[in-house]
Design a binder for this molecule. Structure first.
Ligand code: ATP
Ligand code: MG
Length: 386
């Protein structure tokens, strides 16, 4: 039989969560199974997760591990017997033409072994020195040989094989959120940050068809396909906003238009969130990025709903958001050309400081509930990332 490729997955934060620990570990193991599929076997062991895959699948496994939230880092490991000589030989093989200082760090999950971890470190270190003559350096070694003893086997890897994962918490550990996705640069980054903290995102996109093309919807779908590579398959609600926009356009003061559209988006999103049992709305707002994102306007818009509105990008510069969007893989989609919303729907001089009372007054001639119901009745549900 061919030797399977083995990977050891480490996680930080979830180990700290006291009595929830088991739940988090199981969730992470499940997310790894979701991400890796048939190609790999995922085993939850003592404080670690071990993945066994067909050797041909190793590259694909590695690439996917880099996108599973909750993974602090992972390493391809070699399995040996519990025998210092085999372990040292394996370490030397892995390090290949390395030359420089090193140290050995051992860890025992099997406490019945007839040696302590420091003893193992010393003896394995001495064997490596004998074989290659590299100097031992306890602080600031150029390479660390890690040995983990588990039951009747040892796993060997080095600091050079350790790859950082995305960190965070496994998706679903922190509930669900409803993300308002515009098709722009910011909202996918906001969703990614929430997913990284363990929230499962479901999405809503509002389009202005037939006043604009459906470019924004097409971009949103592509962005969510890219995000699904991180957080797994999910759902997108597609809601036409043209009816709301026409009513606002006809019956409300021009300078509040954008803010009023936004209040309707929040209301509709909150209703969908209740249906989905999502605990909060998420937007890609960053403080003062545009007129609708001043402190006053953020407040006045959010007053339209009871639900918590989370804005994970609030303190970020656009350049930082762009850098993150590139890493996530959504940036190139977000900058695809898209027809701007027909200028007649947007105010020429938008209000930069509104109050909730002003916006309520601006809405006084609208049948808010009816407009929300009409939009909801036209909502379409799509699956993404399957
Ligand atoms: P983005 O890059 O996300 O479009 P932006 O800087 O263009 O951000 P705005 O257009 O002011 O910002 O929108 C702020 C936030 O409001 C968006 O990040 C998104 O969460 C939400 N939003 C705006 N337009 C829509 C829309 N058509 N559908 C869903 N959500 C929207
Ligand atoms: Mg936008």
């Amino acid at each position: 039989m061919v030797k399977p490729a083995l990977f050891l997955v480490h996680y930080h934060e979830i180990a700290l969560k006291g009595k929830n620990r088991r739940h988090f570990e199981q969730l992470l193991a499940q997310r790894l199974r979701d991400a890796l599929g048939e190609a790999a076997r995922v085993r939850l062991l003592y404080g670690r997760i071990l993945i066994e895959a067909e050797p041909e699948a190793a590259a694909a496994v590695q690439e996917r591990l880099a996108r599973v939230f909750g993974v602090a880092y992972y390493a391809r490991v070699q399995r040996t017997e519990v025998d210092f000589r085999s372990i040292a030989t394996t370490a030397v093989e892995i390090l290949g033409d390395f030359s420089g200082s090193f140290r050995v760090t051992a860890k025992r999950a099997n406490k019945r072994l007839p040696f302590t971890s420091p003893e193992a470190e010393r003896e394995i270190g001495a064997l490596i020195v004998a074989a290659r003559g590299w100097p031992v350096r306890l602080k600031g070694a150029a390479a660390v040989v890690y040995v983990e003893f588990y039951e009747n086997e040892a796993w060997v890897y080095t600091s050079r094989d350790r790859t950082p994962g995305p960190g965070g918490l496994p998706v679903g550990a922190s509930g669900k959120v409803m993300v308002l996705a515009s098709g722009g640069i910011d909202s996918p980054v906001a969703a990614w940050r929430m997913a990284k903290r363990g929230a499962r995102p479901v999405y809503v996109h509002f389009h202005s068809y037939p006043h604009t093309s459906l470019d924004s919807l097409r971009k949103t779908v592509l962005e969510l396909e890219a995000l699904a590579r991180w957080h797994g398959p999910t759902r997108l609600y597609v809601v036409p906003l043209a009816g709301v926009q026409e009513a606002v356009f006809t019956h409300s003061p021009e300078r509040y238009r954008t803010l009023l559209y936004r209040r309707f988006m929040y209301r509709i999103a909150a209703r969908l969130a209740e249906k989905e049992r999502a605990g909060a709305l998420v937007t890609g707002d960053a403080l003062a990025q545009v007129a609708s994102q001043t402190l006053e306007n953020l407040h006045a818009v959010a007053k339209a709903v009871e639900m918590t509105v989370l804005r994970p990008l609030i303190g970020m510069d656009k350049t930082e958001v762009i850098a993150e969007a590139k890493q996530i893989g959504t940036y190139d989609i977000s900058i695809l050309p898209q027809q701007d919303c027909c200028s007649f729907l947007e105010p020429k001089r938008p209000a930069t400081r509104s109050t909730p009372e002003q916006l309520e007054r601006a809405e006084s001639r609208l049948d808010v509930e009816k407009l929300v119901e009409e939009a909801l009745a036209q909502a379409e549900l799509r699956r993404v990332g399957e």
